[in-house]
Design a protein around this ligand. Sequence first.
Ligand SMILES: [Mn+2]
Length: 414
Amino acid sequence: MKFIHTADLHLDSPFLGLQDAPDELWQSIQQSTFTSFERIVNEAIKFKVDFVCITGDIFDRDQRSITAENFFVQQCTRLQEEKIDVFLSYGNHDYQSVTSDTQILPSNVHVFGNQVETKQLTLADDTTVAITGFSYANRWIENDQTDSYPIKGNVNWQIGMLHGSLTGLKNPHDNYAPFTVQELLAKNYDYWALGHIHKRQIVHENPVIAYCGNSQGRHRNEAGPKGYYLVTEKNQQLVPQFHETAPIDWQTMVIELSQVDSAAELVSNLEREIETKLDSTRQTLVSLRLKNSEVLSSELMAQINNGSILVRLQTAIKTTGTIMFWPYEAKIKTSIKQPSFISLDQHYWDEAAQSVFTSQTVTNFAEKLFRHSFIEDRFSQPQELIDLQEKVALSLQTNQNQEEQLDEDSTNSD
Ligand SMILES: [Mn+2]
């Protein structure tokens, strides 16, 4: 037996803020979620898999685009022609109430309903397989769904499809059908095809419980190779093997600045540094973090801050022919690692920061904004919380310095 485990395709992700990339690159970026899935389908056909499992977030938004839907139907039809079945569940991004009459998908596509259900199939060699899963009816599912998953039945293989968050991960998303490894193991299944967490990871081996990750990174926190798992039978076990399909990569580069005399020199230094540090064979979107900026003149600092250095760098890169990397942001990396407060007790800051900068506070605070899933995704990233904390600390310090300045001014005055 052989199947594909994929999830989180996020078809038609908008890639906001990258529209300024040269046309050809922008086309590849915009098409990247589609390209990656098309390659998965190509490989499903090439490897003659028995079926494909897609565990949620096929579409980036609940209001899916016509383009994305047409594309998905077309790709599933290619699989139908090869007699490959597709088992899919919708996730928190493409949640919907699943009724048989609203489906426009070809007949080889089996969609899980909003309640946990099991679908059975018998392969050509009489192997019996049961697949259990459910689709999100709403964006949030606060309750653990594993109680509704039955214990393995009288079949050769049973696979669980679950779009949700493993309780106790560093970045808990407790609104997304939380579960524990123990709960899954108790079902006695042969493989758990998880979705929702975009970072690929094997959570448990033998039996395997795994997140395949998303099929194309959508921002700098989703860097590195992305693709799908090809799962095959080995010594009575189902074993996943990662295959890469994503055409676009992301990389954050920290660059140590050295003294320069002109913007032109700075730009050519940066270009050379990027080439040296580039760590991918795919077209790569680069975020620059510039360290040691004190060596620059205030004029050059200002040109970094107002974006004109970035534009000059992009212009230089545009002339190089095939574009393998594209810097889309260049920020001065603040040298303040820990905020140091002058009269505000560090201890109270640490204590307050710990309770304030949590994903839960951000979620509560930004509830309305989080209707836009890209905002939610962004602020669910641990790095974003750290950045946010740093920004607040800086802003507090600036305010405090100003207040102290005012105090001094008032004491100096008569
Ligand atoms: Mn997702």
